[in-house]
Design a protein around this ligand. Structure first.
Ligand code: ZN
Length: 239
């Protein structure tokens, strides 16, 4: 029964992720075909937005590839992808403004952003190692049960869950940080008139659908966490 619920939940998240990915692709494709009414380029948007928020010392660089746009606080750089760098489309402007939103968050020492940065180096490894520790712990537990449980397997599984929790926490914090960067981008876009009023809704859709991918990541991580907890179970055979 337990497993059945997990399969249903994982299935729902999978279908949802497909919908979100398709919607993102189509919104970015539409936004990349239409040039912004103001004629401004993504690079100029970055320069203006940074200046507006008194963020100094950030340079813009081209990062070849699709969706490679990102802000690197360590390098003090905003990387823009093939479809963003030097482009004047609605999608390019929205994405560039979003990355600027992260630079502004960093500049303002936004607590959630700083917390995300703190977790970032560990998130990848903890999401890979955590589940394995739980599985090894469960297997050991089953073996040790026959030979008198020492509680070692259960403890190892618990450590695995704590390790995985770091990844879950990362996704939990990432969602509001991403939404915040997008709302900053949208606000500045609207105020500065980088796109016309009737282009705003498409720009908003691009930002919104990109943000939804983080909601999917969080849901997927929550399902895994619940599954790991169920797999470990309560502590049995304790003497
Ligand atoms: Zn972002």
């Amino acid at each position: 029964m337990d497993y059945f619920i997990y399969i249903i939940a994982a299935g729902i998240v999978f279908v949802w992720s497909m919908i979100v990915q398709t919607r993102l692709k189509s919104n970015v494709a539409r936004g990349s075909r239409i040039r912004a009414a103001s004629g401004i380029t993504a690079n100029e948007v970055v320069e203006q937005m940074l200046r507006e928020h008194d963020v100094m010392g950030i340079t813009i660089e081209h990062k070849p590839g699709q969706m490679t746009d990102c802000y690197s606080p360590k390098e003090g750089k905003i990387y823009l992808s093939d479809t963003t760098y030097g482009q004047d489309t609605i999608a390019a402007i929205a994405i560039a403004a979003h990355e600027c939103g992260h630079a502004v968050q960093d500049h303002e020492n936004m607590a959630l952003y700083e917390f995300r940065q703190l977790l970032a180096p560990f998130a990848g490894i903890s999401s890979r190692v955590g589940p394995w520790l739980v599985i090894i712990g469960v297997v050991l537990s089953a073996y040790l049960d026959r030979n008198g449980d020492t509680g070692f397997g259960w403890t190892l599984s618990t450590i695995g869950i704590v390790v995985y929790f770091v990844a879950f926490l990362f996704y939990l914090v990432m969602l509001p940080v991403e939404r915040n960067a997008s709302s900053r981008a949208y606000k500045d876009m609207k105020q500065a008139g980088w796109v016309s009023d009737d282009q705003l809704s498409l720009a908003h859709k691009v930002l919104r659908s990109a943000g939804d991918t983080y909601a999917v990541a969080l849901a997927s991580s929550a399902v895994t966490l619940i599954r790991l907890l169920a797999l470990r179970g309560g502590r049995r055979g304790r003497r």
